[in-house]
Design a protein around this ligand. Structure first.
Ligand code: PEP
Ligand code: MN
Length: 346
């Protein structure tokens, strides 16, 4: 028996189906107590039917005018699946786009440490053609004695960096109690690897009305990442960026093992944009450029990298941040590769 409220059927309309025929299917579904999720694709409209399986089964959908095929959705993830939404999603963040051919180059410090450090990095990122600025205000640290981030003070600095450079801001939300403060300063809410299965936080981020950058948990499978994204999208927010950032394996030569294979798998499974964080996977700055190149070549829709004016003095992740002085050359190389892969810098 299907769970109530999960989409169970895909109704594929024929390419020549009219808008009235789509509306008719939607209203017949409504009469049967089901919701319809309509995806007007490039080739054909696909309708995901959300309701109880038994009630749906009683509807003679196959005989409706304009209906070509009725299929069960077998995957546990529904709203994020490419089955239901065949066309890739483009996420527009204040005019900067990611997905379906648009490439996002997100960069900035691991943590906002002080005003000058952040503004200086923001200027470098903007001048080098970066599309968004990242920076942690609330930091998920392994040790409770390590620098935990500047909190609201950092959010004010990020807001200043946005005002000066025009770059949209990506920052991590760790606690639902911070949602209002974070929303004021940020354009994209990051949910970090350690919170990928914090379902309360995911739902809160989903309801917040801003795009969500969801990082893969360090021990999470691709399917678990997609199920986590489903929690956000289920709240009515389809603007989710998935981020591969390395997983924990037996291998200790890198901080985490960047799962390059996850990129093409995700691109097949979901319509959501897929970005890669080579910094946290690498753990060492000299490994960041090759991992970033691999990510672009494997079909990523963007990368998110850590950059610091003086990485050796950084209060967190000192060994993996790229020196700001090297960012322009790094960005130029990534841009060239992205365009080779048919991407336009968003
Ligand atoms: C970060 O991006 O600052 C971060 C802590 O990343 P992750 O959640 O992937 O470890
Ligand atoms: Mn970091």
């Amino acid at each position: 028996m299907a769970a109530v409220g999960s989409p169970e059927l895909l109704i594929v309309m024929s390419a020549s189906a009219t808008g009235e025929q789509v509306d008719e299917v939607v209203s017949r579904l409504a009469e049967a107590g089901a919701d319809a999720h309509v995806s007007p694709g490039k080739d054909a409209t696909v309708i995901g039917a959300i309701g109880e399986r038994d009630l749906l089964a009683a509807l003679p959908l196959e005989g409706f005018p304009g209906v070509e095929q009725v299929l069960p959705i077998l995957k546990p993830y529904k709203l994020v699946s490419r089955e239901l939404t065949p066309d890739s999603t483009v996420i527009d963040v204040n005019g900067r786009r990611i997905g379906d051919g648009y490439f996002g180059l997100i960069a900035g410090p691991c943590a906002v440490e002080h005003r000058e450090q952040t503004l200086e990095t923001a200027r470098v990122v903007a001048a080098a053609g970066g599309t968004m600025l990242r920076g942690g205000a609330y930091k998920p640290r392994t040790s409770p004695y390590a620098f935990q981030g500047l909190g609201e003070e950092a959010l004010a600095i990020l807001a200043e960096a946005r005002a000066e450079t025009g770059l949209p801001i990506v920052t991590e939300l760790m606690d639902p109690r911070h949602v209002e403060a974070v929303l004021d300063a940020t354009d994209v809410i990051q949910v970090g690897a350690r919170n990928m299965q914090n379902f309360t936080l995911l739902a809160e981020a989903g309801r917040a009305g801003k795009p969500v950058l969801l990082k893969r948990g360090i021990s999470a499978s691709v399917e678990e990442l997609l199920m986590a994204a489903e929690y956000v999208v289920k709240e009515g927010n389809a603007r989710v960026l998935l981020c591969e950032r390395g997983i924990r394996t037996f291998e200790r030569s890198t901080r985490f093992t960047l799962d390059i294979g996850a990129i093409p798998v995700l691109k097949l499974e979901t319509h959501l944009p897929v970005i890669v964080d080579p910094s946290h996977a690498a753990g060492r700055r000299e490994l960041v450029p090759p991992l970033a190149r691999a990510a672009v070549a494997a079909g990523a829709d963007g990368i998110i990298v850590e950059v610091h004016p003086e990485p050796e003095h950084a209060l967190s992740d000192a060994s993996q941040q790229i020196p700001a002085a090297e960012f322009e050359a790094f960005a130029a190389e990534i841009r060239a590769l992205a365009s080779l892969m048919g991407r336009t810098i968003g």
